[in-house]
Design a binder for this molecule. Sequence first.
Ligand code: ZN
Length: 270
Amino acid sequence: MPERNDFLSRNDVIEINELASGISEYYFPNGQIDPIFIAEKNNISYSFGDYADSFDGLLECENKEFHIFMNLIRLKQAYSERARFTFAHELGHYFIDDHRNALLKGLSPSHCSYTGFQSRNRAERQADYFASCLLMPETGFKKYCFRKKFEFRIIDELAKKYGASKSATALRFCTIGNHPIMVVYSHDNNIKWYWSSIDFRFKWLKYGKDKLPEDTVAGEYFNLGRKVSRTEPVYAMDWFNIKYDNQADLPFKEHCLMHDRHCLSIIWEE
Ligand SMILES: [Zn+2]
């Protein structure tokens, strides 16, 4: 569904989830996933080094041997959330058949990855999604959510439980959580992408992807410099393209994760 959710196709979502969750549940049936251990078990060597600003992580294939380079200059520490995610992302380039085969055949250059759902490139998004599924396997995630009422705290708790970032956790929640949510990523007052649970009530943003609506928490962050770290009330008409007048005042909640020029909005109906 590229018009609505151009983040990934539904097919990618299903296949990558099965692949990554299967790997995690095999190696780590309980507890937090260690992507480094998975690399070792698959004979993928790795190194952590200082590679200036050139990439976060990189998977290289030489003589059919795979090696992961991790850039500590950008990732700070080997066990940070971001490093774990990047390592898992590089594993995605290995475990997703098309990516690995292209590397083995020398068809594609090694991926210089900037991870964290910022890339427009499909292979990068697939690897990002793989990383979130690997770090947060489906069964345990769903078990944690079971019968809990959704609020932002759930994303926070799941992120801690799995050693994943809140943005990766929110995206994971979109696909397998127990309450419909939408996630909108904007950069410099522009919407880069948005994604929602399949049963989220509204499918279209107020101005599509052309313009970030002003009367939203994200809009006020960019336009007024208003930085709010709590959950705020918004109305359906603030964010969405409303077809029926009686839907305009439906109350929603928005919780934003703001950082410099980035803003990730998590939006849900109570
Ligand atoms: Zn990559």
